[in-house]
Design a protein around this ligand. Structure first.
Ligand SMILES: Nc1ncnc2c1ncn2[C@@H]1O[C@H](COP(=O)(O)OP(=O)(O)OP(=O)(O)O)[C@@H](O)[C@H]1O
Ligand SMILES: [Mg+2]
Length: 321
């Protein structure tokens, strides 16, 4: 559905998007993730033909963004970062107007508007002036606008930006629901949102792609360098020596020497589970055990790990692999 090769955008003296390549298949919901200024909006604006690319190639919904921008715009529902709405129009009137602008016939535009309002929960406010709507409802109007002409592909730039937690949850549900019928590329900062809705995540930083994988795989990759901590009463030196012998242990260190409880931190090799063996060892050696924790990596850890400068190489092959 989206096929991008070496796409680049240079603003005066500054490369915002640096030769990125990726694909989005039909029916996928893909999260486009990155810190502020990473190049997310710039990429999405190029893909929707609202900004011209400097170099590279991209096909969106079967059409070339350079040669066939009219068809790209027709086939793609785009919700920009700051949704430009006509605030002195009423919701229904605005959506009908937008549907007509997108080439729909009069009759068709009416039924499509009703459908879009239905999907986005706008029926109750359809006669309200857009200016009087809350931010959450304005976002919904933006979303309804993006999908009113029933595009196969939705490109949404931070659709939950500025919403409260309840509204975020509603919009997230809505996106998941839309994902049943559309291919979706969605940019966001909210990691939880990505974990809940997206089948795949593309992480971009400083205009380059750092990783492209399922949220689970990104976390798993990080968990490869898993961490376990335990607190035992006993001679720390002896405890360390015993743990060092265990299978799956990469490094072990004694973190805290001030108290009678020794806090031990263990790094394990890829995808190993050592908690049970540690417990058995403690029982065997008569160590009094106060705490045994497997530290779970989250998508947030993966994000931080991948976007902290210099920590990774391109293609997401981080040092944890
Ligand atoms: N019109 C412009 N002229 C010059 N530089 C720009 C322009 N638009 C964006 N940039 C720069 O390009 C880089 C990428 O910006 P972009 O808006 O794509 O980031 P983003 O990932 O969407 O960030 P955010 O999370 O803040 O929305 C930034 O350094 C930004 O300052
Ligand atoms: Mg942006």
């Amino acid at each position: 559905m989206i096929h991008v090769t070496n796409l680049t955008k240079r603003y005066a003296g500054r490369t915002a998007v640096d030769s990125i390549s990726f694909d989005v298949g039909r029916g996928e919901i893909v999260g486009f993730l990155g810190p502020n200024g990473a190049g997310k909006s710039t990429t999405l604006r190029m893909l929707t033909c609202y900004l011209s690319a400097t170099e590279g190639k991209a096909k969106v919904a079967g059409h070339d963004i350079f040669r066939d921008s009219i068809n790209v715009r027709r086939r793609v529902g785009y919700m920009p970062e700051n949704v430009p709405l006509y605030s002195d129009m009423r919701v229904q009137e605005y959506l009908r107007f937008r549907a007509r602008l997108k080439g729909m016939k009069y009759r068709e535009s009416r039924s499509a508007t009703n459908e879009a309002m239905d999907i986005c929960g706008l029926a109750d406010v359809q006669r309200k002036m857009i200016a009087t709507l809350s931010k959450g409802y304005k976002q919904r109007v933006g979303l309804a606008d993006a999908l009113v002409n029933k595009p196969e592909l939705l490109i949404l730039d931070e659709p939950t930006n500025g919403l409260d937690p309840n509204q975020i949850r509603q919009v997230r549900e809505l996106i998941r629901h839309l994902g049943e019928r559309h291919t979706i590329l969605i940019s966001t900062h909210i990691l939880h949102e990505v974990e809940m809705t997206c089948g795949r995540v593309i992480i971009i930083d400083h205009g380059k792609i750092r990783a492209s994988d399922t949220p689970q795989a990104l976390v798993r990759r990080l968990r490869a360098a898993g961490k376990v901590s335990l607190q035992v009463k006993g001679n720390p030196q002896l405890v360390l020596e015993e743990i060092e012998q265990m299978a799956g242990v990469k490094t072990v260190r004694h973190v805290d020497t001030r108290q009678e409880w020794a806090l031990i931190e263990i790094r394990t090799v890829a995808n190993t589970e050592i908690c049970e063996a540690l417990y058995e060892l403690a029982v065997k050696k008569n160590w009094v055990l106060r705490e045994l924790v497997q530290h779970r990596a989250s998508l947030e850890d993966a994000f931080v790990d991948l976007t902290l400068a210099g920590k990774t190489t391109p293609n997401g092959k981080g040092e944890n692999e």
